[in-house]
Design a protein around this ligand. Structure first.
Ligand code: 2AM
Length: 185
């Protein structure tokens, strides 16, 4: 099973991203149901590992918090491969991400070498016209969602199909614990 940990988006927030989906020929836009904010990619794991991961995530106590999507960006620099919406700086989100990362590492999953850059992927690109990407970034730079509540995080599975990946929520983990000041490790 291919897994990752993410926040889901309220319907209205996902809907607010729909108008951004255009203007870059050849982009593969993510459907509204597939939009999410990844906290930690895990990758392919065995059934036994799924249980250990589920237990570790269920043990996380962290407060719920509000967040806001804000701005857009691309990954890939000179060869952009994805377009995304960003997230306004949010210490509670970073705190939760560290907790999730620690929990996943403690059950023996390999470290994720990438620095956490919170984002919601909107499109995957293949050899896009660089001018169109620049235009898209400029045109959508002022995007901001309403503030919304993260009251839970989720374990997702990712199934690769010929039409792209299909993401499904496998488990929910409520937020609302009271350990914000506790050390992360
Ligand atoms: P992305 O949206 O920036 O591509 C499921 O694939 C989720 O895990 C995606 O949101 C993806 O981020 C994220 N992810 C992080 N690292 C990944 C990796 N090495 N392979 C696939 N997905 C990864």
């Amino acid at each position: 099973m291919r897994l990752f940990v993410a926040l889901s988006l309220p319907g209205a927030v996902a809907q607010s991203l729909m108008p951004l989906q255009g203007g870059v020929p050849g982009a593969r836009w993510q459907s509204r149901e597939q939009l999410h904010l990844t906290l930690r990619f895990i990758g392919e794991v065995s059934g036994e590992d799924v249980e250990a991961i589920d237990d570790a995530l269920a043990g996380i106590m962290a407060p719920d918090f509000t967040l806001q999507l804000h701005g857009v960006g691309q990954f890939g620099n000179a060869q952009p491969h994805s377009l995304w919406a960003g997230v306004r700086d949010n210490p509670a989100l970073d705190h939760l991400q560290r907790k999730v990362d620690n929990a996943i590492r403690r059950v023996g999953q390999p470290q994720d070498a990438h620095k956490f850059t919170p984002h919601v992927t909107l499109a995957r690109l293949r050899h896009p016209d660089p001018d169109k990407v620049i235009e898209w970034l400029r045109y959508n730079a002022l995007y901001a969602s309403a503030e919304f509540e993260a009251g839970a995080f989720h374990l997702y599975s990712s199934k690769l199909t010929s039409d792209g990946s299909i993401y499904r929520v496998e488990e929910d983990y409520p937020l609302g614990g009271h350990d914000y000041d506790e050390a992360d490790d």
